[in-house]
Each structure stands twice: as structure tokens, then as C-alpha cells.
Design a protein around this ligand. Structure first.
Ligand SMILES: [Zn+2]
Ligand SMILES: [Zn+2]
Length: 276
């Protein structure tokens, strides 16, 4: 029989982003209780010029974030590895600031995520009505183009929830060749830049009720040899490790037997499959 070992959960938030709850200790304890041996704290990073200010930590909070993180690392030593990370928004023009963030601390990994197409925060519940007034096929193409650029920027170790555009269940026309091409260009950029993709259970908790990325994209990414990390995108301690086995099953179904972990921005692969 094949069993899947617990893997790191590399996506979780703290109240500094103004839309999550729980201390780092509480996330860590939840991880230990769920049988995990490694997590990554990856709160929404500061961004320049007031970008999406309400939904992320302020730059002035970075030091307290790191202090709380280092204290938790000490407290859970020997029980749980807690990696220092950020979920950084990617948009064109943010590159210099992201380099500044990268140099700010000895991070274990930086995850790049696209939450905006231009000034449209397409995953924000307050802005969901814009799907009614836009060309959804074009939105998908624009979204994957930005994810492609985020990978090609070389600024990130992993790419968060790589088809987030589907969050509220709005779908590009079935069989759209243009969307498939945009997805494939994105995957090529990910492969080229040697970046990992996140397989995220968060979509299962959203209206789309589906893992990010969708099954076809997982299949193509595995075939290309693109490494994966797992993330729950927990915004509360109870969500840590959510649907990990379901995500691993999906990877395994297409032949993947390893996921990535990061230490000081160096990637290592390890097997999550155990024969019992
Ligand atoms: Zn969030
Ligand atoms: Zn995100």
C-alpha cells in the first residue's frame, strides 16, 4: 500500500495582513497537532506606494513579524521547522521593491503571487462584480501572462496558487485555445526559471471548490518536471495542513513522488511516498 508522508505547509498568514487570525505560535501548534514537521510563515508582504494597503502588513511591521517568527522557531525547536517567508505580490514595476524585500532578511523562500490585473483585485470579494463586466477569456489570458512574468522575473522561489483567477467560479470558455496557450507559456517560463509551483488546497474552500492549479495544469507541470510545494493558504490556525492528502494524491496521480522544501532560498526535493 502507498501512503503519503506529511509535507511542509508553505502558505499561511498572520493578523498583520488584516484578514487572518492567530499568532505564529498558534499556527505552529496547529501544525504539530496535525502531524506536520515543517511550515513556512508567508504573510502578505508590504508593497510600495500604498499598493493594496488594507490587505497586507505595513513595512513597519516586518521587524515585529520576524521577531515573533524567530521566537517561535526557538520555542518549537526539535518539534517543528518554521521557515521564514513572504507571499509577495507581483505586478509589473514592483521588481525593484521586491529586490529590496529579498535583501531585507535571510528568507527561506519568497513566494510570488498575482492577485491584481492592473488595478483590479480580482480575488477580492469586494471586486468580484467586475467579472460581470469584463471579457473573462481575456482576464484569464492577462492573468497567466502576469504569472509568466512573475516566474521569469527570477525574483521568486515558488509561485502561489497558479490559477487563482478561477476563485469565484468564473470560467474561460471551454476549450479556449488562447487560454491554453497562455497557460502553457506560463508553464514554460516556470520551467525555464526553475521555479516551483504551489499546489494549494485553498480553492477547495472557495466558490470554485477546486484545488489550485486545475487537474490539466498539474498533469502538464508534472510532465515538464516542474517541482511543486504544498500550501493550505491558511488564514486561521485550524486551516493548517488542510486537504494535504488530496493535493498529494493529485500530484501522485500524474507520477510526482517528490515535493520541494526550501532553506535560505536553496531548494531540496524529497519523497512524500512511503510504501507500507
Ligand atoms: Zn490573504
Ligand atoms: Zn495569495
Amino acid at each position: 500500500m502507498t501512503r503519503f508522508l506529511p509535507v511542509p505547509d508553505y502558505h499561511m498568514h498572520t493578523p498583520r495582513c488584516n484578514h487572518a487570525k492567530g499568532t505564529i505560535d498558534e499556527y505552529a501548534q496547529a501544525a504539530v497537532d496535525a502531524g506536520l514537521t515543517e511550515i513556512g510563515m508567508s504573510d502578505h508582504s508590504p508593497m510600495p506606494n500604498g499598493f493594496d494597503k488594507a490587505w497586507r502588513m505595513d513595512e513597519s511591521e516586518l521587524d515585529s513579524f520576524l521577531e515573533e517568527l524567530e521566537a517561535a522557531q526557538q520555542k518549537f525547536k526539535g518539534k517543528l521547522l518554521i521557515k521564514a517567508a513572504l507571499e509577495v505580490d507581483y505586478y509589473e514595476g514592483a521588481e525593484a521593491y521586491i529586490q529590496y524585500l529579498a535583501a531585507y532578511y535571510d528568507w527561506d523562500y519568497l513566494m510570488g503571487s498575482v492577485h491584481f490585473i492592473g488595478d483590479w483585485g480580482f480575488d477580492n470579494p469586494d471586486e468580484v462584480s467586475q467579472f460581470e463586466h469584463c471579457d473573462i477569456e481575456q482576464a484569464y489570458i492577462d492573468y497567466f501572462r502576469l504569472v509568466e512574468l512573475s516566474a521569469a522575473s527570477g525574483l521568486f522561489d515558488s509561485i502561489g496558487h497558479p490559477d487563482l483567477i478561477k476563485k469565484f467560479g468564473h470560467r474561460a470558455p471551454t476549450g479556449s485555445v488562447a487560454v491554453l496557450e497562455a497557460e502553457n507559456k506560463m508553464l514554460q517560463a516556470v520551467k525555464q526559471a526553475d521555479v516551483a509551483l504551489e499546489i494549494s488546497s485553498a480553492g477547495l474552500r472557495k466558490p470554485v471548490k477546486e484545488i489550485y492549479p486545475h487537474v490539466g495544469m498539474v498533469e502538464r507541470a508534472v510532465a515538464l518536471g516542474i517541482p511543486f510545494v504544498y500550501g493550505s493558504d491558511a488564514h486561521a490556525p485550524a486551516e493548517v495542513g488542510h486537504a494535504m492528502q488530496t493535493c498529494l494524491q493529485l500530484l501522485h496521480q500524474f507520477g510526482a513522488v517528490e515535493v520541494a522544501c526550501f532553506h535560505k532560498r536553496q531548494r531540496k526535493m524529497f519523497s512524500f511516498v512511503e510504501q507500507v
